[in-house]
Design a protein around this ligand. Structure first.
Ligand code: DX5
Ligand code: ZN
Length: 217
């Protein structure tokens, strides 16, 4: 199975963003957390910053919207040129329509679920999406502990993806490090967001390589 490692720039130095983007050239995509202090109790940046990140990043953007009113905002991030745009189902009035609007603008469409949100209602809709993000912490902050109790959702998603022959990436976000990535990979994840375990390392490229190896083991 293809393993993707997507470092999260939530753990980067915001004042040296271009430098920190250039440090992760061996990663697959750069994970860009947009927060509005409404859907989550934290605030990062919006379209203006993401547009500049898109312009200078050596690798494509995996945008994770932790914002209310996702239907309204998500298509704009696809227009900026993000490779993927993921929004929370808890924040969308019509997840399928929003996914279609993202795809119409040339980006991969993703849905995200918080740890307490079930996925059963979305299993029949998987062909509408290109990726599903199972949050393995409560969204809002980096550096939290991995929640293994979310793994049954990954197993359920992986089962449908395989049974129906779908090309849908299964992503995890939160608490991913060398000692947890294997748990998520075994449960069915193929795409791994890692913030503090990458940017907190002395050797960022080595941290990415170690995560990649641990996911494949
Ligand atoms: C948290 C964000 C994550 C965050 C993960 O809500 O969605 O992308 O950067 O950070 P770590 O890897 O440190 O748990
Ligand atoms: Zn994220």
């Amino acid at each position: 199975m293809t393993v993707r490692i997507n470092p999260s720039i939530l753990s980067a130095d915001f004042v040296n963003m271009q430098r920190d983007l250039e440090r992760i050239g061996t990663a697959d995509l750069v994970h860009v957390d947009v927060m509005d202090n409404h859907f989550v109790p934290n605030l990062t940046f919006g379209p203006q910053m993401v547009r500049r990140i898109q312009e200078v990043s050596p690798i494509p953007l995996d945008v994770h919207l932790m914002i209310s009113d996702a239907d309204r905002w998500a298509p704009g991030y696809a227009e900026i040129g993000a490779y993927s745009v993921t929004f929370h189902v808890e924040a969308a009035a019509d997840a399928v329509a929003t996914a279609r609007a993202i795809r119409d603008r040339g980006a991969r469409a993703g849905i995200a679920v918080k740890p307490g949100t079930p996925v059963e209602g979305y299993l029949d809709l998987l062909p509408e999406f290109d990726q599903v993000l199972v949050m393995t912490v409560e969204p809002g902050f980096g550096g939290q502990s991995f929640m293994a109790q979310t793994m049954p959702k990954l197993r359920a998603l992986r089962q449908v993806v395989e049974a129906d022959g779908l090309d849908v990436w299964l992503q995890v976000d939160g608490g991913i490090a060398v000692d947890t990535i294997g748990i998520a990979a075994e449960a069915g994840a193929d795409t791994f967001v890692a913030g503090s375990s990458v940017y907190g390392a002395d050797d960022v490229e080595r941290a990415i390589a170690e995560l990649r190896a641990a996911a494949a083991a």
